[in-house]
Each structure stands twice: as C-alpha cells, then as structure tokens.
Design a protein around this ligand. Structure first.
Ligand code: SAM
Length: 279
C-alpha cells in the first residue's frame, strides 16, 4: 500500500493490469507518487476547482491530484487498458474521479466540467503541443481554464518561456506569453520515467491573464507568427509575402522594419502587426 492513498504502488498496478508502455501512445509513466504529488502541488490550490487531466495512464499524477485535494478530476485516456486501474482510483475517491476513454483531441471535456477549471497533465508528446495551442487560442478570453500545469520535453518547455532574440523564441512563446504568465517550475531527468525517454522533461505552469497583454485576434496572430517563424532566417517582408502585396506598408504601419527577422520582433510588435492585417 502506498502512503498517500492506501492504493497499491504503481509498479504493482502496472504488473497487475499488464500495462506495458506503448511508444505510439507516448507512454512514459511516472511511478514515484512523491514526485506526482509534487507536480500536483505546482497546480496551486485545487480544493475549489475541477481538474482536467489528459492521459492519466496507470494514474500516478491522477493520484497526486486527488491526494493534494482536487475537488474533482476528469481524466481523458485513449488507452482502454488503463481503465481498470483508473476505476480502482475512482473507488478510493468516491465521486471525485471521472474517466473518459477517448482521444483528448476529440472529446468535449468542457461538458463534463464545472468551473473554476485547472488543467494538469503529463502530456503524450505527440499531442501535447497541439492541445496547448488550442487552449491558448480560443477566440474569446479569458478561456475556460484558470491554469495549465503541463509536462513537456525540456526543449518544448523552453520554447514556451523563450524571450525575443533567443533560438527557442517562436510561435509557442508568443501564443503562451500573449495571454498567460508562463514559468518552468520543475525539471525532471529521463530516469524519473518508466521507460525513460531519450530527453529531459520540464513542468510548465501557465496562469491565464484576465485579458491579453495586447489586443489582437487570436486567429490572425497565430497565422502571422506561424508564417514569420516558418522561415525564421528570412526578412519579414519575404516571410510574410503571402499575406498580401501591401505587406511592407502594413509592417511599417505596425512600427516594424520590413527587413527585420521574426526572432527580433517582440510580442507587442506581432500584436500590432496582427491588428494592421485585420484593419
Ligand atoms: N499521466 C501518466 C503518468 O504521468 O505516468 C501517463 C503519462 S504518458 C506520458 C501519456 C499518456 O497519455 C498515456 O497514458 C497515453 O496512453 C495517453 N494518451 C496518448 N495519446 C492520447 C490522446 N490523444 N488522448 C488521450 N490520452 C492520450
């Protein structure tokens, strides 16, 4: 029995339910419940919140979230093999864990949640960035969530918190920092996972700002930065050519130099450009 919840240790859970890790599902499990509780604590006070967890797997982080006091957890897991293990956790925390067997990219989780909502996940690598971009780019702000506490490959985490002029600066930094406060709050070596991935990981905590730092339409900003950084070595006037024949005028009207490159442009500059393009 484990100290935090009286349920069996995760190694035993994995053996009992024969949960050999599948690479195609990005399965690198956290088996140390002290560590999952520590990650859960990065999400802040969850006692008054519903928590959406993507990819609970055998339930290490799920157990951390519940033991640390989450009001309710909704866990969306694609791999049906994990359901019996998750059902045991639900039984130990009556009325506090709901599990949906499905693809997080397709499930309408919102229908199952009551605000305020926090999101916490040790994300599968293949869908992590896509989910993050979706959570950051709804047309309206504030979003349905208050905070995101997410495990990423270290390199992706660094892209989220990157500053202008750095190699990691790009679309993820702009979208994350435009509407949220983003910080790396924990670093984890490969050995923290079973099986160990090839690279290190980090937990990023993002808090939704009440309103974006600068006005812009999410769709336009997202399109502009994607184009600008797709050809990050090119000058903006060349990289953004497909936005129209008057792109140079729009760059100038936004206070930017057409000969600058994307990595030199601040968040404020990209928002001004997005507004000019919509004008
Ligand atoms: N949370 C567990 C932990 O920390 O040990 C497992 C993390 S593992 C990195 C990622 C989990 O996401 C796996 O359980 C995998 O089956 C699940 N997964 C992969 N793709 C998914 C998807 N599209 N929707 C929901 N779950 C998915």
């Amino acid at each position: 029995m484990s100290a935090i919840d009286g349920l069996p240790p995760l190694r035993e859970v994995i053996a009992t339910h024969q949960l050999s890790a599948k690479k195609a599902l990005g399965q690198n499990f956290l088996l140390d419940l002290n560590l999952t509780a520590k990650i859960a604590r990065q999400a802040g006070d969850m006692s008054g919140s519903d928590v959406l967890e993507i990819g609970p797997g055998p339930g290490g982080l799920t157990r951390g979230l519940l033991a640390e006091g989450a009001r309710r957890v909704l866990a969306v897991e694609k791999d049906a093999r994990c359901l019996p293990a998750l059902a045991e956790i639900a039984a130990a925390y009556p009325g506090r864990l709901e599990v949906i067997n499905g693809d997080a990219l397709e499930v309408d989780a919102l229908a199952h949640l009551t605000p305020p909502i926090r999101i916490a996940a040790n994300l599968p690598y293949n869908v992590g960035t896509e989910l993050l971009v979706r959570w950051l780019t709804p047309p309206e702000w504030p979003p349905f969530w208050q905070s995101l506490t997410l495990m990423f490959q270290r390199e992706v985490a660094e892209r989220i918190v990157a500053v202008p002029g750095s190699k990691a600066y790009g679309r993820l930094a702009i979208l994350a920092q435009w509407r949220a406060e983003a910080r790396i709050v924990m670093s984890l070596p490969p050995e923290a996972f079973t099986p160990p991935p090839k690279v290190s990981s980090a937990v990023v905590h993002l808090t939704a700002l009440p309103e974006p730092r600068f006005p812009a339409r999410a769709e336009t900003l997202s399109r502009v930065v994607a184009l600008a950084f797709n050809q990050r070595r090119k000058m903006l006037r060349a990289a953004l050519k497909s936005l129209g024949p008057d792109i140079e005028d729009r760059l100038v009207a936004a206070g930017l130099k057409p000969t600058d490159r994307a990595e030199q442009i601040s968040l404020e500059g990209f928002c001004a450009l997005a507004r000019q393009i919509d004008a």
